[in-house]
Design a protein around this ligand. Structure first.
Ligand SMILES: Cc1cc2nc3c(=O)[nH]c(=O)nc-3n(C[C@H](O)[C@H](O)[C@H](O)COP(=O)(O)OP(=O)(O)OC[C@H]3O[C@@H](n4cnc5c(N)ncnc54)[C@H](O)[C@@H]3O)c2cc1C
Length: 368
């Protein structure tokens, strides 16, 4: 199957025409949710034995970039579902968890979410305050999760909690939590700057009752599961940022063509170079992963640069559009708001710098 072509059709026929509506209403239209499911795209990262397409990372990145050209929100929803929601179940689920959770996620009947961040914990995820205890034949979870993409609509949430905050990362476990879990509810629905149309909510866990079978991996393995999922997820988020950057570039080029003043030519030329550099980094990160090599550095570099490129190009787009570009409803204005979210999600720019700095400076040099 030519998945980028499937994404292109969906983006052009359904997503782009409704991008402005999604931004205004902050809702994902049912027709787009259904089309995402029926297209097969929601199974891209699931093995074939569970009904997925088992696509390589390059294909997934191209699909996300294509959708993000039309809507950063729709691409973000799919990126979260494919990487940080689906992959921990593929990689760490028991045979039973994989058999029950993956087929409906791959077919798109179920949407996935990932709940790590909390009201006062983001970058330093080892400090989680949401606690769990063993209770009878299961677990009780208490706390709040914040900024959880898709969690109100989600049917399965990969959720992280600590048994004992004093144990730092070693106290954290991962759970696959399904809709309707007693004690789990949605708190605030957050009204965001950008990628509106992708819902972002607070989750409240009031002694939420999880069965023993909800545990993903072993107790204490949750932090490693989260970091592994985020490293992979960053390639997808980088691809989303690249799509928003491409949309900003297309918009600025169209505007500059109508009035090709010298300074606009220079701005479009600079933007083109940056866009190509970001595209090369995203492609490289995906290829490194597909070759089975250590990809975390390449993923961080791609995420860092593509997110910054999206912001810079969207900003330059406003310069070229002039005051009309600042008006509510103008494409340039929406792109700048959408772009600004990408340096934050799945690890901020500073956290990518931290990851890369540690890896490049603290790791032993390979022997000649
Ligand atoms: C649209 C959107 C969707 C999101 N979706 C999800 C989701 O689905 N699931 C989920 O779990 N989370 C989600 N998040 C949360 C996101 O992952 C966090 O916002 C992010 O990790 C940063 O955490 P924080 O906001 O608590 O900032 P903080 O960690 O408080 O950081 C604040 C600032 O300090 C900087 N900083 C922090 N530590 C350091 C350091 N050691 N060195 C240098 N600078 C530092 C950061 O870069 C940042 O600029 C989402 C966020 C947004 C905006």
């Amino acid at each position: 199957m030519d998945w980028p072509a499937v994404a292109e059709r969906l983006a052009t026929e359904l997503v782009a025409p409704r991008a402005e509506e999604m931004d205004r209403t902050d809702r994902l239209p049912t027709a787009i949710r259904q089309a995402l499911a029926s297209s097969g795209l929601m199974g891209l990262t699931t093995p074939a034995e569970f009904g997925g397409a088992e696509a390589d990372t390059r294909t997934v990145a191209r699909v996300l970039e294509t959708l993000a050209v039309a809507s950063g929100a729709v691409a973000t929803i799919l990126a979260v579902h494919l990487a940080v929601a689906t992959r921990p179940i593929v990689d760490h689920g028991t045979a039973d968890q994989r058999r029950t959770l993956l087929p409906p996620m791959a077919s798109g009947r179920w949407l996935g979410a990932f709940a790590l961040s909390e009201p006062s914990v983001g970058s330093d995820a080892a400090q989680l305050a949401t606690r769990y205890r063993v209770s009878g034949d299961g677990f009780r979870v208490r706390g709040n999760k914040m900024f959880t993409t898709s969690a109100e609509s989600a049917d399965v949430i990969v959720l992280f909690a600590t048994r004992d905050p004093a144990q730092g990362p070693h106290g954290i476990s991962a759970f696959a939590v399904t809709k309707g879990t007693p004690g789990l509810s949605v708190g605030q629905r957050l009204d965001k700057l950008g990628v509106r149309g992708s819902e972002t909510v607070e989750l409240v866990l009031d002694d939420a009752e999880l069965p023993r079978t909800a545990l993903l991996g072993t107790e204490g393995e949750g932090f490693a599961i989260a970091m592994q999922a985020l490293a992979e997820g960053r390639i997808g988020i980088a691809a989303c940022a690249l799509g928003v950057a491409r949309s900003a570039f297309d918009t600025m080029r169209a505007a500059a063509r109508k009035d090709p003043a010298e300074w606009k030519r220079a701005a479009v030329a600079r933007a083109y170079a940056e866009l190509e550099a970001a595209a090369a980094l995203v492609r490289h990160a995906a290829e490194v992963k597909d070759r089975g090599m250590a990809f975390a550095d390449a993923a961080s570099a791609a995420k860092l640069f593509a997110a910054q490129t999206a912001v810079r190009l969207a900003n330059a787009g406003i310069d070229i559009a002039g005051p009309a570009g600042t008006l509510r409803g103008a494409r340039a204005e929406r792109l700048l708001r959408d772009a600004r979210v990408f340096p934050i999600v799945e690890g901020t720019t500073e956290i990518q710098e931290l990851i890369l700095g540690r890896s490049l400076l603290d790791r032993e040099e390979p022997k000649p």
